[in-house]
Design a protein around this ligand. Structure first.
Ligand code: FDA
Length: 403
């Protein structure tokens, strides 16, 4: 190991590697420690193995935090175009899968290889399978006790990420360090996570596993769209699974959902079911309801809807009162999830180290510049769509260039 690095970064993930290479290029001797056997494990599994590495439309409004202004400075200084330029310089092909969402054309491995190459060029040393046991102030700098011995350094950057997917090496270590040095940690919960259902609904949707459909979804508290973010509506696909409800629309709304809330799902976004069914009733009165439904929804879902509500009359037999009911079932289908799948499958952690005690320019702890926090360990959480990596890159660069 480097005898006395200027900087020790704890965590060889997206933010840690970006910070390390930036500080390395600035002439700092940087050592990155990670207890995992591989760097960038979450990058490797991200975006279904293709890593949605940024979103061209990133703005501060794509992030949740108790301190919403905190992310502005770093995001402004390191923008998606900067990361795209790096990706292009390494000859990595990418595709825009949805507006603004950039994914690797081949594999997320390309992003990890790029970061490791840059770290190598910047003279960064990476020590894997190294557990940090404790951290303390030591004169003007810091001292770490690790599974490979004691390390003294000028500054420590905590880039240990969030709590999701513990099997990938996620730990609460970053929060513990924050508390040790007197920082607050805001309440953490699993976000960008699929929903589980009660046994009643689980049995009903069991046959639908694998069915996806375009929907719009919002979260209701006591039947109303009251409270922070409840006016938020996401128009992105729903995927039925064996365990419950998943797909981008569900992951997005999970960031707003609180236990006990209902989801209001519009199965026909852009189509008013009452109006569309009235027209169909007039023009094709003999057509069965299930036939009409299967023209607007995936077949298996259309069939299930008929079964759940026990009716499949010719359209002519539907009174306006029943059309009203179908309007509710189709445009405002309400379902109360049992919960979420939790840390096991969540993509991110909502909450984290309270940013009010941290400089948004340098990411140092106010009054303790030897200690910094970056990336997901902080109370800054992005929506689905490449925003979380953009935060990791931007916070890593801001911190690395200030070291
Ligand atoms: P990250 O979790 O990447 O790195 C933390 C590192 O710290 C890990 O290497 C860990 O081993 C190490 N560590 C933890 N505790 C330690 C300890 N005590 N000692 C030493 N090392 C320790 N985002 C996005 O923008 N686009 C996407 O496509 C996806 N897709 C996606 C899929 C899945 C399945 C998940 C779980 C997550 C995503 N994300 C995502 C979110 C994204 O992966 C996440 O926000 C970033 O990886 C966060 O980067 P960090 O560097 O902060 O933490």
């Amino acid at each position: 190991m480097t005898p006395q690095p200027d900087v020790v970064v704890i965590g060889a993930g997206a933010a840690g590697l970006m910070c390390a290479l930036t500080a390395g290029y600035a002439g700092r001797r940087v050592l990155v420690l990670d207890h995992a056997n591989k760097a960038g494990k979450k990058i490797l599994m991200s975006g279904g193995g293709r890593c949605n590495f940024t979103n061209l439309n990133t703005t501060p409004s794509n992030f949740f935090s108790a301190n919403p202004a905190f992310c502005i400075s770093a995001l402004k200084r390191y923008r998606p175009e900067h990361f795209v330029e790096l990706v292009e310089r390494h000859g990595i092909e990418f595709v825009e899968k949805a507006p603004g969402q950039l994914f690797c054309a081949e594999s997320a491995k390309d992003i990890v290889a790029m970061l490791l190459t840059e770290c190598d060029w910047a003279g960064v040393e990476i020590s894997l399978r190294t557990t940090v046991e404790s951290l303390e102030r030591h004169g003007e700098g810091m001292r770490l006790h690790t599974s490979r011995g004691r390390i003294e350094t000028g500054s420590v950057v905590v880039a240990t990420g969030g709590l999701s997917i513990p099997t990938m090496g996620a730990t609460a270590f970053g929060y513990d360090i924050a508390r040790q040095f007197g920082l607050e940690v805001t309440e953490t919960r699993a976000a960008l996570v699929p929903f589980t259902l009660t046994s009643h609904w689980k049995a009903r949707v069991a046959d639908l596993a694998g069915v996806a459909c375009d929907i719009a979804v919002s979260s209701l508290h006591d039947g109303e769209r009251k409270g922070p973010g409840r006016d938020r509506r996401y128009r992105e696909p729903l995927l039925f699974t064996h365990r419950g409800l998943s797909g981008p629309g569900m992951l997005q709304i999970s960031s707003y959902w609180q236990p006990g809330d209902e989801l209001e799902i519009d199965l026909l976004p852009g189509v008013e079911a009452f109006d569309a069914l009235s027209v169909a009733r007039r023009e094709t009165p003999k057509r069965k309801l299930s036939t009409w439904l299967s023209e607007h929804l995936p077949k298996r879902l259309a069939q299930s809807l008929g079964e759940w509500y026990g009716e499949d009359p010719p359209l002519a037999e539907l009174s306006n009162a029943r059309l009203d009911e179908w309007q509710l079932r189709l445009n405002q289908w309400c379902i109360k999830p049992a919960g979420t799948e939790g840390w096991r499958t969540a993509e991110v952690t909502m909450g984290g180290v309270d940013t009010r005690a941290i400089s948004s320019k340098t990411f140092e702890v106010n009054g303790l510049p030897q200690l910094r926090f970056i990336g997901e360990v902080l109370d800054v959480t992005g929506e689905l769509g490449g925003y979380n990596f953009q935060w990791a890159w931007a916070s890593g660069v801001a911190c690395g260039s200030a070291l």
